[in-house]
Design a protein around this ligand. Structure first.
Ligand code: ZN
Ligand code: ZN
Length: 430
């Protein structure tokens, strides 16, 4: 897997120079021993710092003992936000010199560690304890800072060691969440293609194919008859997640792996239109994918129309504040980073859709039905409906979610165009 990714760093046919900073990727029995040897060989092991949480402490203990390193335990429900990065940062300041950090946990522990490791320029090693997200080897940190969901350029792990005995032991809910995160690649890859067609945004075919392979790996694994009992299933999900993470690292951003479905998840994590939910990242992404697919298909007819959008109105305080409240200023800044004309939709012309209607039609018709995605998620025990993740399931909530989720990122997605059209016309049309 890593060899395939490394090949793209020697000159890719897309003309870009891709880089990768993860030099070891070990998913095999005995990975824990290899992690211990790796740290002992490369770094002063007594000066390493392992970060876990109260759920993953039991997996951390033998590593901490073998290395004689320091250990910090975050709360079990730690979110990747300013409270936890401050807590870890203060702990690190009291440690003196730190040779390397080890993230022992799932997604949030990794984001907190990579954020602090990047700030203090310390290498970090990943030890994932669940096949729950694709961010382990990515180079971006998904944080919720002061209520706003933001993606920060960050550090990729220098090495990753995934021990099947550990991550297969994780609750089945976590693996199902990993499937939800992967199923989101259906719409993220679609959105990347849409942006490439409409604006010429670079799309590396090899990175695209790598992410698609990761998605197909997980879909095929989810079709196994023994999906709920097999120990091979979490291993296949982990491999798919890592492949997708490597694709993000090569791309230098989250474009291959994060589109309109992730924006739904991010909106819900900002608690602008809903109460906080303890649902997992991949659970929200899975539900977001189902409803984004419905939204895209229901609004496919916009591709035959002239595009009439009013950027000033779409990102006006009058539209943004009633939805985002105190986050309004940050949302407007995200969408208009350099004032009027700097949003992702500003480059679209009146005839952008009509000119490319055939290509867009073919892309939309190749998307699977929401029900077929529901079926995959249900097979693995995943979440498919807002009510499954403690969100309201009424049509108005869904409408608000699909319409305003594109506001959380200044990234062109098909749903962002639908929102731009409907808000320009004075509200939500469908
Ligand atoms: Zn994700
Ligand atoms: Zn390329």
């Amino acid at each position: 897997m890593l060899e395939k990714a490394k090949r793209l760093t020697f000159g890719c046919r897309c003309g870009s120079r891709h880089t990768i900073s993860t030099s070891v990727l070990e998913v095999s029995d005995g990975a824990t021993d290899k992690l211990i040897s790796y740290i002992k060989d490369k770094y002063e092991s007594g000066r390493a710092l392992l970060v876990c949480d109260s759920n993953t402490e039991k997996y951390a203990a033998p590593i901490v003992t073998a290395l004689g390193c320091r250990c910090m335990t975050l709360p079990g429900n730690a979110h990747a936000n300013e409270i936890e990065t401050d807590r870890l940062s203060r702990f690190m300041d009291g440690c003196g010199e730190i040779s390397a950090m080890i993230a022992c946990g799932s997604g949030s522990v990794h984001d907190i560690v990579r954020y602090c490791a990047h700030e203090k320029k310390i290498p970090f090693v990943s030890y994932p304890t669940a096949a729950s997200v694709d961010g382990f080897v990515s180079g971006v940190a998904a944080m919720t800072m002061h209520g706003q969901k933001l993606t920060y350029p960050s550090s990729s792990p220098v090495a990753l060691f995934a021990e099947p005995a550990v991550f297969c032991d994780a609750p089945a809910r976590l693996t199902a969440s990993g499937v939800g995160d992967m199923i989101g690649k259906i719409t993220s890859l679609f959105d990347w293609q849409v942006a490439n067609i409409l604006t010429g945004e670079p799309l590396c075919r090899d990175i695209f194919d790598m992410t698609k392979e990761a998605l197909d790996t997980v879909i095929t694994a989810s079709e196994r008859p023994d999906v709920k009992t097999s120990r091979e299933f979490p291993v296949l999900v982990m491999k798919g997640l890592l492949l997708s993470g490597l694709a993000m690292q090569l791309a230098g951003n989250s474009r291959p792996a994060s589109g309109s479905e992730h924006h739904m998840s991010h909106l819900w994590e900002m608690h602008a239109i809903n109460m906080p939910t303890e649902a997992l990242h991949g659970e929200k992404v899975g539900v977001g994918t189902v409803y984004m697919l419905s939204h895209i298909k229901a609004n496919a007819d916009i591709i035959d129309r002239e595009l009439v959008i009013d950027e000033c109105k779409i990102f006006s305080d009058d539209v943004v504040r009633p939805i985002f409240g105190t986050l309004a200023e940050g949302i407007i800044k995200e969408n208009l980073p350099h004032g009027e004309g700097s949003s992702a939709i500003a480059v679209l012309g009146k005839d952008s859709l009509i000119k490319n209607a055939e290509k867009l039609r073919s892309l939309i018709s190749s998307l699977p039905s929401p029900d077929s995605v529901r079926a995959i998620l249900k097979r693995v025990g995943g979440c498919t409906e807002p009510e499954d993740i403690s969100l309201p399931g009424d049509p108005d909530f869904i409408k608000r979610s699909v319409t305003y989720s594109p506001y959380v990122r200044n990234r062109l997605t098909f749903s962002k165009i639908i929102s731009a059209v409907s808000v320009t016309q004075g509200g939500i049309s469908k």
